[in-house]
Design a protein around this ligand. Structure first.
Ligand code: FES
Length: 577
């Protein structure tokens, strides 16, 4: 069937009553009740997929972005129809937003598929929202233009600046160490997040926005525009216009997500992740997005890229600046310009130009780049990429360390394990004066991975035990199967795979065991002989799923969730051959 005679607009995907003419008649009748004229109902339909929610502070300005996207569609001659999906406000979900990322991705995928639309603008931003939307859109059979809500601004504080959420953790650490008092932490609390938008540093939300722009799913230059900037509204309007153009396109011009998210663009995204000192979460999310299209993201390949790709962005939590500074410094375009020799330039973007064509155009436009924030490739901020994968007897299928935000003095460490069997045990004992812990020990948290009752929360940033914090200790080696907020920092090994609750060796570690980590050799070893480990395994099998996970979505989650090397996606959502 040619494009010309394919059903379009409201005639797409009719509700099945056994009589298509009746189905269309009924649909148009119901749509008329919303006050549309017949002319409007004959136009191409552009869905505007909105993830606004009163439980999502980051998406507070979603209504004006939806309106702007609709304006763009109308100006380009289409009929915009907005629809809501699940929203994942990072700090409002229990046990963790991560548990619901896959649910949201299913919502996005199925609502794009089930409802009549010729293209769709998908708007999101907060940590798990963008990954869920990218995962859900990956297999769409209509063009998809992503748009992010943009990052928060910082606010002034005692001659300094405050921005969620690296500063949240920095000041909480000071409070725990007794360096600031109750009144001080209360003042900080009201100054950390003072505008709409996603966290103000290179956390997971900003990292995923950078990745989405690099993949080519966002319009060029839009990832870093602050949430409250007028350019942000113009970006939403332009997204609506572009979605309409794509809806009208034919043949190879009708770009689908699978034309944009390819092995080559995923590799570009990995390069950018490494160069921006991006969030460890992004490796899990990118693995999940790529996995929906059958594209593998092996951790040993990450290590190769990491050795070749320096950190070139000076931004918290790795460096000093904030997202508004990166925007002013030229945004992701400036990063891509520097990385150009390392990138696959033939990758197509949703704008209809290849990455190479985009960079040529921006070179001609002579766009501003600030070398204070985006360093030249020849004089980078750090010589090696921000993330490194470790393998060994403690993590046979890998673990992740964000070396750009870690203390290099701890890169080659052997120490005594101090083990917490789960989050409750951690909370109960970490601040006890009786805890047997020294600065050169290794803190180990078990049972916080995808299959644990905690569902892989951002708990990998184990607090420094209070008695050591009060003595001035700022960092120590910490290891878990949990994740860590992209805004956090420290020498922290995450995503240990397989996890303890899935029978991984992490669950066999006991107090006093020796653990050796070598960033240089990419290794993480539990220095206990196999016979002893076998004995421990026989005595204490892996933790089983908890009773509350016996029905509903949580049961689906427990039955189907994959490990970190599968993107923590559900097995049935990955690409089929
Ligand atoms: Fe939404 Fe940080 S809480 S991005």
């Amino acid at each position: 069937m040619s494009d010309e005679i394919k059903p379009r607009g409201l005639a797409r995907g009719l509700t099945n009553y056994g009589d298509n003419a009746f189905s269309l008649y009924l649909r148009r009748s119901m749509a008329s009740s919303m006050g549309y004229s017949k002319d409007m109902l004959n136009k191409p339909v552009i869905g505007i997929c909105s993830s606004g929610s009163g439980y999502n502070n980051c998406h507070r300005l979603m209504p004006e972005l939806v309106e702007a996207a609709k304006r763009g569609v109308l100006a380009a001659g289409g009929l915009p129809i907005d629809f809501p999906t699940i929203s994942l406000g990072e700090v409002f979900l229990s046990p963790t937003s991560m548990m619901y990322r896959n649910l949201m991705s299913m919502d996005v995928e199925e609502m794009i598929r089930a409802q009549p639309m010729d293209a769709v603008v998908v708007i999101g931003g907060c940590d798990k929202t963008m990954p869920a939307q990218l995962m859900g859109a990956a297999n769409a059979e209509v063009p998809v233009v992503h748009c992010v809500v943009g990052p928060m601004m910082t606010s002034p504080y005692n001659g300094d600046r405050l921005g969620a959420c690296t500063d949240c953790r920095r000041f909480w650490g000071k409070y725990r160490a007794g360096e600031i008092d109750e009144a001080g932490i209360n003042r900080v609390e009201t100054g950390l997040a003072t505008t709409a938008g996603t966290c103000a540093v290179m956390g997971t939300a900003s990292t995923m926005a950078a990745i989405a722009e690099t993949l080519g799913m966002l319009l060029p230059g839009t990832a870093t525009i602050p949430a409250i900037h007028a350019d942000r509204i113009r970006a939403a309007e332009a997204s609506g216009v572009r979605a309409m153009e794509l809806a009208l396109a034919n043949g190879s011009d009708k770009l689908l997500p699978r034309d944009i998210i390819t092995k080559e663009s995923v590799e570009n995204a990995l390069r950018v992740l490494l160069a921006i000192g991006g969030s460890t979460n992004a490796i899990v999310h990118l693995t999940a997005v790529a996995g929906r299209l059958g594209i593998p993201v092996p951790l040993d390949r990450l290590n190769v890229l990491s050795d070749e790709t320096p950190v070139i962005v000076d931004l918290k939590p790795t460096g000093q600046h904030y997202m508004e500074d990166l925007f002013a410094a030229g945004g992701i375009g400036a990063v891509l310009k520097e990385l150009r020799p390392l990138l696959n330039l033939d990758c197509m973007t949703v704008a209809g130009e290849t990455l190479g064509q985009r960079l040529d155009r921006e070179l001609e436009e002579n766009l501003w780049c600030d070398p204070e924030v985006v360093k030249p490739l020849t004089a980078p901020y750090q010589d090696k990429g921000g993330l490194v994968a470790l393998f060994g007897s403690l993590a046979p299928r890998g673990a992740i360390l964000k070396r750009s935000a870690a203390d290099p003095k701890l890169f080659e460490t052997e120490g005594r394990a101090v083990v917490f069997r789960d989050l409750a045990d951690l909370a109960a004992r970490i601040d006890s004066d009786d805890l047997d812990v020294k600065p050169d020990d290794v803190l180990v948290l078990q049972n916080a991975g995808p299959k644990s009752p905690a569902a892989m929360p951002e708990a990998g940033y184990l607090p420094i035990p209070k008695k050591l914090a009060r003595a001035g200790l700022k960092d120590m080696l910490r290891i878990s199967d949990a994740r860590m907020s992209g805004t956090a920092f420290g020498t922290i090994v995450l995503h240990v795979t397989p996890e303890a609750a899935d029978g991984g060796p992490l669950g066999l570690v006991r107090d006093g065991d020796r653990i050796r980590v070598s960033v240089e050799n990419r290794t993480i070893e539990l220095l206990v002989d196999q016979a002893e480990l076998d004995k421990r395994r026989a005595a204490s099998p892996p933790t089983a799923a908890q009773p509350e996970f016996k029905r509903g979505y949580r049961k689906i989650y427990m039955d189907h969730v994959l490990q970190a090397d599968g993107g923590v996606d559900f097995d049935f959502l990955r690409a089929v051959d």
